[in-house]
Design a protein around this ligand. Structure first.
Ligand code: SF4
Length: 156
């Protein structure tokens, strides 16, 4: 679904700069960014896949916010999690994601997971506890009731 995007800046000559990810694409009128999911339409940025499933992955169940399942008679239809990555996914991104989730249902369980630097991202630091706490607060402030932090053993 096409929908007006968040997190972009209008520039001269109907150009925009997308701030969703680290690529920070400069996008001319009528063109899309590198990901081909964000379109500059006459100087406004639109996301072309709003509300659509863009990826699915299988992860160990203990990473998920399953803590909340014992408080419900049935499993929730959606549980969400976000990996906090220093310099990439921090408070601002968690706030935006949590606000989006809250518009669907504030009862959706949401976990933030601490990043561990490995493979191509070994140059990044571990997550500090203070950043993890700020991300947790942002998710609460965005209106979500069931938020938690996973991978706590990785925090420094
Ligand atoms: S790749 Fe896509 S999401 Fe990332 S900055 Fe470019 S347009 Fe935005």
């Amino acid at each position: 679904m096409k929908r007006k995007a968040l997190l972009y800046k209008k520039l001269a000559d109907k150009k925009v700069r997308c701030n969703v990810c680290q690529r920070k694409c400069f996008i001319n009128d009528g063109e899309t960014g590198w990901c081909q999911t964000r379109l500059n339409d006459k100087g406004d940025l639109y996301t072309l896949n709003y509300g659509e499933i863009s990826s699915i992955s299988i992860n160990p169940i203990e990473k998920k916010p399953v803590l909340w399942l014992k408080y419900r008679s049935e499993p929730p239809i959606i549980m969400a999690s976000t990996l906090i990555v220093p310099g990439y996914i921090e408070e601002q991104e968690v706030r935006s994601i949590a606000k989006f989730i809250a518009t669907i249902d504030p009862q959706i369980p949401y976990s933030r997971l601490a990043f561990y630097p490995h493979f191509y991202m070994q140059n990044l630091p571990l997550i500090e506890k203070s950043l993890a706490r700020r991300c947790l607060a942002e998710a609460h402030d965005a209106g979500l009731d069931k938020v938690r932090l996973g991978n706590k053993q990785l925090l420094i």
